[in-house]
Design a protein around this ligand. Structure first.
Ligand code: G6P
Length: 367
C-alpha cells in the first residue's frame, strides 16, 4: 500500500527519523552476527592488487562519494579519482584496464550517472554500484551491486539514503583496508564497533531538535550562509550547503576551511553566518583559527562540535550544538544528521514545499 508519513509533517522529517534504523539494517546486511566481521560479496577484482579507483555520482550521492574517497585513500591507501558524473565523461581521463569504477546513486536511474557508468565500462573498469534501488538500470549494468536497506525514499532531498550510502562505503573501506594490509584488525574492529554504535548516537541527535531549531532561526533570516569543514568534514559541509539551498532556497556554499582566506572571507560580515563542522581531533586547531579570522571580520559563528571541542570554541561561537563524541572514523555520517535537520528546520521557517522543492526532481533522467 501507499507509504504514509506516520504522523510526521513531511516525508523528509519521517525519513530523517529513519536514519538510525537504516544504518542499523544496512550494517546487518554486511556484518556477520557470529564472527562480527564485515563480509562483502565477491569483488570483480582482486582487492590486494587493485591500483586505482574512480568515484562518480550526482548531487548528494556525489558527496557520499567524496567521503568514500577520503576513507578509501586514507584507510585502504587506494588512489581514487573523483568527479561529478556530468563532468567525468567530458574530462575523458586516461584509464588502465581493470580499475574500479564506483558509482553511488539512490535511484540507480540518474541519467548522468548511468552514462558515466557506461563510459567507465567502455574504458575497461570493473563497475561497483552503491545503490538503494537494486532493481534499477544501474543495477542491471553493474558488475557488482552493493545494496543498502534504506527503504523507499520519497522526499526529493535525500537524507536516509545518504547515511546508508556512507554505511556501505565504510564497510567497503574496512574490508579493503584489511585485505590490503593497510590497517590492523584492531583498528578495523574499533571502527566496526563505532559503526555498530552509530544508530544510538544518531538517535541522540534526533532529540536535539530544539537546539537545531534555534540555529535555523538565525539562518532563516539571512540571504546567504557559508559552511566550513576541513578534511573529511569538507564533503559533509558540502552536503549541508546543498540541502539548505535545495529546500529552504537560502543561498549556501561550502568551502574547505583553509580556502576561506583565499576568497570567501571577503563575503564575511554579520549578515553571512559561518557554520562549522568541527569534531575535536587533529584538524581542530587549524579550523578554529579559520573561525577566529571570520569572527574578527564580524562573522556570526555557529558550530557543530563535541564536548571537548565546545570548551575551545565557546569564546567565539554564537551558538554551539554539542554532538556525541565518537570515533573519528564515523564522524561523517554523525555530522550529516544535524546539518540535514538544520536544512529541514530552516525550510519549515521559510514555509517552502519541503518534500517537493521547486525546480527539483527526485530522479533526474535527462543529461
Ligand atoms: C536529484 C535529487 C538529489 C539526488 C540526486 C542524485 O538531484 O534531488 O537529492 O542526490 O538527484 O540522485 P541519485 O538517485 O542518483 O542518488
Amino acid at each position: 500500500g501507499a507509504i504514509g508519513k506516520d504522523g510526521y509533517r513531511h516525508y523528509m522529517e519521517k525519513e530523517l527519523h529513519e536514519h538510525p534504523v537504516v544504518i542499523g539494517q544496512t550494517l546487518r546486511r554486511f556484518v556477520n552476527p557470529v564472527t562480527h566481521k564485515i563480509e562483502l560479496p565477491d569483488m570483480p577484482f582482486d582487492l590486494k592488487t587493485l591500483k586505482r579507483g574512480i568515484i562518480t555520482a550526482c548531487g548528494s550521492a556525489f558527496y557520499a562519494g567524496v567521503i568514500g574517497r577520503y576513507w578509501l585513500e586514507e584507510v585502504a591507501r587506494l588512489p581514487i579519482d573523483l568527479d561529478v558524473a556530468s563532468e567525468m565523461r567530458y574530462r575523458n581521463p586516461p584509464f588502465d584496464k581493470g580499475g574500479m569504477g564506483l558509482l553511488v546513486s539512490q535511484s540507480g536511474e540518474t541519467a548522468d550517472t548511468l552514462a558515466a557508468l557506461r563510459a567507465l565500462k567502455q574504458a575497461g573498469q570493473n563497475i561497483i554500484s552503491v545503490l538503494n534501488n537494486e532493481h534499477s538500470s544501474m543495477a542491471r549494468e553493474s558488475d557488482l551491486v552493493l545494496g543498502m536497506d534504506a527503504g523507499v525514499e520519497i522526499a526529493v532531498a535525500s537524507t536516509k539514503a545518504f547515511t546508508a550510502q556512507l554505511t556501505v562505503l565504510a564497510c567497503l573501506t574496512l574490508v579493503m583496508g584489511q585485505e590490503r594490509g593497510t590497517i590492523t584488525s584492531e583498528y578495523a574492529d574499533e571502527c566496526l564497533t563505532a559503526l555498530l554504535d552509530l544508530p544510538s548516537r544518531v538517535a541522540e541527535i534526533l532529540q536535539m531538535q530544539e537546539q537545531i531549531q534555534k540555529m535555523a532561526h538565525i539562518i532563516s533570516q539571512v540571504q546567504s550562509v557559508i559552511y566550513l569543514g576541513r578534511g573529511i568534514m569538507f564533503p559533509v559541509a558540502m552536503e549541508g550547503a546543498l540541502k539548505l539551498k535545495e529546500i529552504s532556497y537560502i543561498h549556501a556554499d561550502a568551502y574547505a576551511a583553509g580556502e576561506m582566506k583565499h576568497g570567501p572571507i571577503a563575503l564575511i560580515d554579520n549578515t553571512v553566518p559561518v557554520i562549522s563542522l568541527l569534531p575535536s581531533g587533529s584538524l581542530f586547531e587549524k579550523t578554529l583559527s579559520n573561525l577566529q579570522e571570520a569572527k574578527a571580520r564580524g562573522g556570526r559563528i555557529l558550530v557543530f562540535t563535541d564536548a571537548k571541542g565546545a570548551e575551545r570554541v565557546k569564546g567565539i561561537a554564537e551558538q554551539i550544538v554539542i554532538l556525541p563524541t565518537v570515533h573519528s572514523f564515523v564522524t561523517p555520517p554523525l555530522y550529516t544528521v544535524p546539518v540535514q535537520m538544520l536544512a529541514y528546520e530552516a525550510a519549515l521557517l521559510k514555509g517552502t514545499d519541503v518534500d517537493q522543492p521547486r525546480n527539483l526532481a527526485k530522479s533526474v533522467t535527462v543529461e
